[in-house]
Design a protein around this ligand. Structure first.
Ligand SMILES: [Zn+2]
Length: 362
């Protein structure tokens, strides 16, 4: 059993003039209290939490209101405006004020709501709710989705429950290509601010795409009750292969992997990491290391004659190794008449790089 923590940012919507005034008053008084120690009227628990949370006060900064866990009250409503309402404690207002939370995808009933912060930004208010939940990983799976980094794709996956491989990240490639040229152009023109600006934009677009791909993969895993296998490049960097270095440095794949791990974990789906060394050189059918690469995209085995898309070959190797890995790690793969059954006997599959306490926010 593991725990997962998440912070959800909810905008407060439909605030009446009175509520907005009360929130601003509480917020201003809180700032005043933190900076001078003088209390012009702040809810007492908020005051205490503030003191506990903010040790060093910068007079030029605004500090979010800290709402103690036991005072958090988020409820579902039938109201048309919002699915959930929260109660904000306000000094001098009995029971605080009720505020509507803008649409967000989390079902608060399934989570334990912890403390929160109320943030004032551009004249509006946002409640940053911290929530946690226990997650139990599934132990039995009916299939495997194996993912490898591709030469021209962010990732390529194969799975026994479908005959066709899937290629991910067409848009990522396009975006990166486009911005590569733009950066070069602005570089020649010495437009440094423009470079920084497009850099941020590129990152946003690429990240968004990676989240979509990860979601897609985890949805498929859930639908087919599949465990997810991803190549792990740790330790590959120092080997002389040029390709290995390119792979290690493939940041989008690395991030994609992190997103997949996080999203899979949230739904109780295990992710196993298998050594990725030589996945591009080995024949996924016979295991031979003697291959011909007439072009970057084509893999031909010199021993068994297997001809296949080189990226798909890599993903198939990951699949094979994942099955082998699960066998050695104490998991079992049985093949009853109905097909394969993958059972993880290890209490915890290797979930490197995953921290329950640091949510990856979308
Ligand atoms: Zn072969």
């Amino acid at each position: 059993m593991m725990e997962i923590t998440k912070t959800i940012k909810c905008k407060l919507i439909g605030l009446t003039k009175r509520k907005l005034e009360l929130l601003n008053r509480e917020y201003d008084n809180f700032q005043h209290y933190l900076k001078t120690g003088e209390d012009k009227g702040v809810y007492s628990a908020t005051k205490q939490q503030g003191k506990r949370t903010y040790r060093k006060i910068n007079p030029n900064k605004e500090y979010p209101l800290v709402i103690r866990k036991d005072l958090m009250d988020i409820r579902k409503t039938d109201n048309k405006l919002a699915k959930y309402w929260a109660r904000i404690p306000i000094h001098g207002v009995r029971g605080g004020i009720k505020v509507a939370l803008a649409h967000q995808p989390l079902n608060f009933e399934e989570w334990e709501v912890c403390g929160s912060k109320l943030v004032r930004k551009n004249g509006g208010f946002y409640l940053h709710v911290t929530a946690k939940r226990k997650v139990e990983l599934r132990k039995e799976y009916s299939s495997i989705i194996a993912i490898d980094v591709g030469a021209r794709w962010v990732g390529v996956s194969v799975a026994p429950h479908r005959s066709k491989p899937k290629f991910y990240g067409k848009k990522v490639r396009e975006v990166r290509g486009k911005y590569f040229w733009l950066r070069r152009k602005f570089g020649r023109e010495k437009k440094l601010r423009a470079i920084k600006k497009i850099g941020n934009k590129e990152k946003r677009i690429v990240n968004n795409e990676l989240h979509k791909i990860a979601k897609d993969i985890v949805n498929e895993a859930e639908k087919h009750n599949a465990i997810i296998a991803i190549g792990n490049l740790n330790g590959v960097r120092n080997n002389k292969g040029k390709k290995a270095n390119r792979k290690v440095n493939s940041m989008p794949f690395y991030r994609l992997k992190e997103y997949i791990k996080y999203k899979a974990f949230e739904r109780g789906i295990a992710v196993v990491e298998v050594p990725e060394f030589n996945t591009s050189k080995q024949c996924s059918r016979c295991g031979s290391m003697r291959a011909e690469r007439p072009s970057q995209g084509v893999f031909i085995c010199k021993d068994c004659g297997y001809q296949i898309n080189a990226d798909v070959n890599g993903a198939k190797n990951i699949l094979k190794r994942a099955v082998g890995y699960m066998l050695t790690a104490g998991a079992s793969v049985t093949q009853p008449e109905g097909g394969s059954r993958y059972i993880l006997h290890t209490p915890q599959p290797p979930l490197t790089g995953l921290h329950g306490g640091s949510p990856l926010l979308q």
